[in-house]
Design a protein around this ligand. Structure first.
Ligand code: FES
Ligand SMILES: [Fe+2]
Length: 348
């Protein structure tokens, strides 16, 4: 029997031409010390360090405009709240202004590098990125998460992975109801909804997996930081909980660093022993190969697809992408319609 020929579908795959605007989590608070830390983000190199006087984290462009050394390179050091270049020891303040050249009578006026806004919240450090150079948007400040403020939790443990893909591919997860079964082993989803509101995007999910009954809330604040609370009722009725972070910082247009964070209730006997708590979290991460590590297996060799063929059982992928696109355009081009709270219930 002759059937009408359907041509093979052509996948369209274009990349954004800008990096997204917003707060990006760059790690746990204890990872930033008075030893300069090199961060290769947004197509360049940055240096992060904690000031000895203020205790605050500072973030500067890492390439020294004297003769190009990396301010996070071997031999660089922190002096007060300044960072000292390892090449000729020029000293750069947290505002990016050169405040000392040990062998010069006069500091050149041009001696200034970019300094990036930083904030700390929820035991995490964030940097503000705006391709148009805008200051942080007040309403997009990362809010305190009530559960993180509670006693009885381990510190965050963060794992980092380089992924060769555009960061949008990771964002898709929020609306992707159909991947929970094959990727995470949560086949029986009893509730699935997404809430889109301004710079926030929330996924609520309940379901059953081999682990037990799951009740989960995952929320993005801007394009780079997602915090996730999960309550699990084990088959024997015991209640347990955990928190995770799913975060990305673009490293190039076709690559990002995936930062996966984990936090557990402190197990009995490990109270007050931070190192043992971190070991405990690491062992939980290594056990949980059906968590975000499973997503990574997909992201690492998938293609960025602009025109996915969606079916009726899929989540609101198109809406989620419209939400993400607001961070890729200048502020005055963000559609008003995105500010309204919209709920997408895809439970059935
Ligand atoms: S290159 Fe930094 S001080 Fe010379
Ligand atoms: Fe996932």
């Amino acid at each position: 029997m002759a059937t009408a020929a359907v041509e093979p579908y052509v996948i369209q795959s274009t990349l954004p031409t800008r990096y997204p605007r917003g707060w990006f989590c760059i790690g746990a608070d204890y990872e930033f010390t008075t030893t300069p830390r090199k961060l290769d983000y947004f197509g360049t190199s940055l240096v992060a360090y904690r000031g000895e006087n203020s205790g605050a984290v500072h973030l500067l462009d890492a390439y020294c405009p004297h003769m190009g050394a990396n301010l996070a390179g071997e031999g660089s050091l922190v002096n007060g709240d300044s960072v000292i270049c390892p090449f000729h020891a020029w000293s750069w303040g947290p505002d990016g202004v050169c405040n000392d050249i040990p062998y010069a009578k006069k500091i050149p006026e041009k001696a200034r590098i970019r300094s990036w806004p930083v904030m700390e919240e929820n035991q995490l450090v964030y940097m503000w990125y705006d391709p148009d150079g805008g200051e942080p948007i007040e309403e997009q400040r990362i809010p305190p998460n009530p559960q993180v403020q509670e006693d009885g939790w381990t510190p965050w443990v963060i794992r980092r992975f380089d992924v060769q893909n555009n960061a949008r591919e990771l964002i898709d997860n929020m609306a992707d109801k159909a991947h929970f079964g094959p990727v995470h082993g949560t086949g029986n989803i009893t509730h699935f909804s997404n809430i889109c509101e301004g710079h926030m995007y929330t996924q609520l999910m309940q379901g059953n997996s081999e682990l037990g009954t799951i009740d989960s809330k995952a929320q993005y604040f801007g394009p780079g930081y997602m915090i996730h609370e999960m309550h699990i009722t084990l088959p024997d009725g015991v209640e347990t909980k955990m928190m995770s972070l799913v975060m990305n910082v673009p490293t190039g247009m076709e690559s990002f660093e995936f930062l996966a964070g984990f936090k557990y209730p402190i197990p009995p006997g490990l109270e007050g022993n931070i190192l043992a708590q971190i070991d405990f979290v690491n062992s939980k991460i290594d056990e949980g190969e059906r968590g975000v590590q499973a997503d990574l297996m997909i992201w690492k060799d998938k293609v960025a697809i602009d025109n996915p063929i969606l079916c009726d059982g899929d989540g609101p992928v198109t809406r989620l992408r419209q939400w993400y696109a607001q961070f890729l355009v200048p502020l005055d081009q963000v559609p008003e319609s995105l500010k309204e709270r919209k709920v997408y219930d895809k439970s059935n």
